[in-house]
Design a binder for this molecule. Structure first.
Ligand SMILES: NC(=O)c1ccc[n+]([C@@H]2O[C@H](COP(=O)([O-])OP(=O)(O)OC[C@H]3O[C@@H](n4cnc5c(N)ncnc54)[C@H](OP(=O)(O)O)[C@@H]3O)[C@@H](O)[C@H]2O)c1
Length: 246
């Protein structure tokens, strides 16, 4: 699986071919549109950085980018296709409403930020109704995200007493509890890990959380959006809430 980066929305095929070459594979299982707008920013830039060419979301432009991936999937019908499934990411219900009816091939999955203090329940229900798999990024609350994305009011999921209590009962790290919760909710969490990769895989097959534990974690929702996405803002936008249709 890989993504079309924001500066490649107008040339998806080149992006896909480069990924195939870089990954040394024959095809992409799922190609995601990383952000729903083509607003590029340099890796590692500051949150105050803005691209003067950035634009607000356009259903037409998004659909055009998506159509380019559909063509890579449809090639499979006549020869070896480059892409098997299509993914989307960082969407809202309003944006999904604006585009889903225009797509020939429905997206298989949608990547969204999902962890106990940022559950996006309405978005997840919507995706489920549409038969689109919810993939949860930053499922542990991204404890080592860059300094630029850390604010004093941010909540650290894995230090919350509810999570540490449940972790103690299961003799594991709170990270494992976050992953069990996500899986039992029907999300596919994608934790980043250098040191805990195997333990995270095991979380899926070891002792599940009880209904009481699941209900206790459900109460942790507090709108704790850790990465706001300011660098994607366009000239004239009020603030980062506009990115999320809030
Ligand atoms: N679609 C998007 O816009 C988007 C945006 C942001 C991120 N993502 C994706 O989401 C993935 C995860 O995001 P993230 O890395 O920011 O946050 P995360 O997965 O919530 O947290 C990763 C951190 O948790 C630690 N960790 C993992 N498993 C652990 C365990 N069992 N016990 C203790 N600590 C554990 C890791 O340390 P160790 O490495 O030491 O294990 C790492 O420091 C990334 O791969 C990224 O590509 C997607």
């Amino acid at each position: 699986m890989t993504k079309v980066w924001n500066d490649m929305h107008r040339d998806v095929q080149s992006s896909c071919l480069k990924s195939i070459q870089d990954l040394n594979c024959d095809y992409i299982d799922m190609l995601f549109i990383y952000w729903p707008f083509p607003n590029y920013h340099a890796p590692g830039c500051d949150v105050s950085s803005r691209n003067p060419d950035a634009k607000r979301f356009s259903a037409e432009e998004f659909t055009d980018t998506y159509r380019q991936i559909e063509e890579l999937v449809e090639e499979e019908l006549v020869e070896e296709g480059l892409v098997r499934h299509i993914g989307i990411s960082n969407m809202t219900i309003r944006k999904l409403d604006a585009v889903l009816g225009k797509l020939r091939i429905p997206p298989s999955a949608c990547e969204s930020k999902l962890h106990p203090t940022f559950q996006q329940k309405d978005l997840c229900s919507y995706l489920k109704e549409q038969n689109i798999l919810s993939i949860g990024y930053m499922p542990l609350g991204s404890p080592r995200r860059p300094e630029r994305d850390i604010l004093p009011e941010d909540v650290n999921d894995m230090q919350l007493p509810v999570l540490t209590r449940i972790a103690k009962a299961h003799l594991c790290h709170p990270a494992i509890i976050c992953l069990k919760w996500a899986l039992q909710k029907g999300h596919l969490p994608i934790p980043f890990s250098v040191h805990n990769y195997e333990a995270n895989l095991e979380a899926a097959v070891t002792e599940p959380l009880t209904e009481e534990e699941m209900a206790a974690i459900d109460t942790l929702e507090c709108g704790n959006r850790l990465v706001k996405g300011q660098v994607f803002l366009w000239p004239g936008a009020t603030d980062w809430h506009e990115l999320w249709d809030e």
